[in-house]
Design a protein around this ligand. Structure first.
Ligand SMILES: Nc1ncnc2c1ncn2[C@@H]1O[C@H](COP(=O)(O)OP(=O)(O)O)[C@@H](O)[C@H]1O
Ligand SMILES: O=C(OP(=O)(O)O)[C@H](O)COP(=O)(O)O
Length: 403
């Protein structure tokens, strides 16, 4: 894989360089609540701009449905990128249309532009190769060189991640090079006990990775939204909690396989429940109570691991040599459901292990809840991406950067 250092050594002055970033930041309206992913791509954008490139930054944000949707505009991220760079950043109000074309052709050497959300175009995420290729052709028209630096999206076979690099000279940016460098160590030479803590809301994606992780980790702790599919599979009432019905049989098999192979698969013994999903804006009290995992009322939903689970998970992390954690244990954005995530973050810091925290929301949670991000071994900008890398999968966005 060629890195940006080679590109810079060859000279990029005057060239249009397409930087596929992951600027998928958490938003409260148009306010960015954590800008970690924007800061993470700064070294690449700055190095290119300083070298006189015309830098075209592109990203997805959220999961719009292949058409423009103002809720998912990248405009706030473009503004923040400009503030962090200390320079004006142009913003194109579309991705491959008139605004993008004129914005890119108006760039002077050393200037930066951000395109509107890639996922406003159905071709970006299409499963149809031809539809993706057609969109990648349009993107390729905007640039001379491609730099892949959106680590959080390298597990997606999307046009800007997978198809576009094939059409342009391509290089890995600083962020991807750093992320892969750290995660590679966890696949090659992991110190044991190796504990993996999983949570979050992308339940379907994350349940699927357990299949491979069972062969790699010594202990897997299950929290967040995915816990309830396990509890349901045990026959428990889970009320209105998140449920991945089509994976009930798979999780039953995971539990059996873990028992057979001596992997500890640890489930919550209690949960913090409430009658409805909390208001994350007002943060009004949510009528939360802690109940045993096998006593969840049918008219409530599980929104965090409970106090006994917090102690249990901390004890399972305490003697680890390596911990990989992806996915908040609960709806940490609301104070009534943040304790599980806080307890796991604290347990990582209290252990003497090498700690890796992965995922946009997990990394944001660590910072928003007041932990010192530098106290962790590595904070990865990708959750699904780092998990799939640790599974040993070939990631489309990394394969596409190979020579
Ligand atoms: N029990 C739960 N029910 C619903 N949402 C949850 C639950 N636990 C955690 N979450 C949500 O999971 C989200 C993060 O999930 P995800 O995107 O999978 O993590 P990451 O970005 O770290 O990979 C957070 O916004 C949090 O509110
Ligand atoms: O937030 C992301 O992934 P993550 O939640 O696994 O860290 C990436 O931006 C990828 O987004 P996607 O899961 O909508 O493809």
């Amino acid at each position: 894989m060629k890195t940006i250092d080679e590109l810079l050594a060859d000279g990029v002055a005057g060239k249009r360089v397409f930087v596929r970033a992951d600027l998928n930041v958490p938003l409260d309206g148009t306010t960015i609540t954590d800008d970690g992913r924007i800061r993470a791509v700064l070294p690449t954008v700055k190095a290119l701009a300083d070298a006189g490139a015309r830098v075209v930054v592109a990203s997805h944000l959220g999961r719009p449905k292949g058409a423009p949707d103002p809720v998912f505009s990248l405009a706030p991220a473009a503004t923040r990128l400009g503030e962090l760079l200390g320079a004006d950043v142009a913003f194109a109000s579309d991705t491959v249309g008139e605004s993008a074309t004129s914005t890119v052709s108006g760039l002077a050497d050393g200037q930066v532009a951000v395109l509107e959300n890639l996922r406003f175009n159905a071709g970006e995420t299409s499963k149809d190769d031809a539809e993706r290729a057609a969109f990648a052709d349009l993107l390729a028209g905007l640039a001379d060189v491609y730099v892949g630096d959106g680590f959080g999206a390298v597990h997606r076979k999307h046009a800007s991640v997978f198809d576009l690099p094939a059409r342009l000279p391509h290089y890995a940016g600083h962020l991807i090079a750093t992320e892969v460098g750290v995660l590679k160590k966890l696949t090659e030479d992991v110190q044991r006990p190796y504990v993996v803590a999983l949570g979050g809301a992308k339940v379907s994606d994350k349940l699927a990775v357990i299949d491979q992780l069972l062969a790699k980790a010594d202990r897997i702790l299950i929290g967040g939204g995915m816990a309830y599919t396990f509890l349901k599979a045990k026959g428990y009432e889970i009320g209105g909690s998140l449920l991945q019905e089509d994976q009930l049989a798979a999780v039953t098999e995971y539990v059996e396989r873990a028992e057979r192979t001596g992997v500890e698969l640890v489930l919550p013994v209690d949960a913090v429940v409430a009658p409805a999903f909390p208001d994350l804006k007002s943060k009004a009290p949510a009528d939360a109570t802690a109940v045993a995992a096998d006593a969840m009322p049918a008219d409530q939903m599980g929104l965090d691991i409970g106090p006994e689970s917090r102690k249990l998970y901390a004890s399972k992390i305490a003697d680890a040599a390596t911990v990989f954690w992806n996915g908040p244990m609960g709806v940490f954005e609301h104070p009534d459901f943040a304790e599980g995530t806080k307890a796991v973050a604290q347990a990582l810091l209290d252990s003497k292990s090498f700690t890796v925290v992965g995922g946009g929301d997990s990394a944001a949670a660590v910072r928003i809840l007041g932990f010192d991000e530098n106290a962790f071994g590595h904070i990865s900008t990708g959750g699904g991406a780092s998990l799939e890398y640790l599974e040993g999968k070939t990631l489309p966005g990394l394969a596409a950067l190979e020579d």
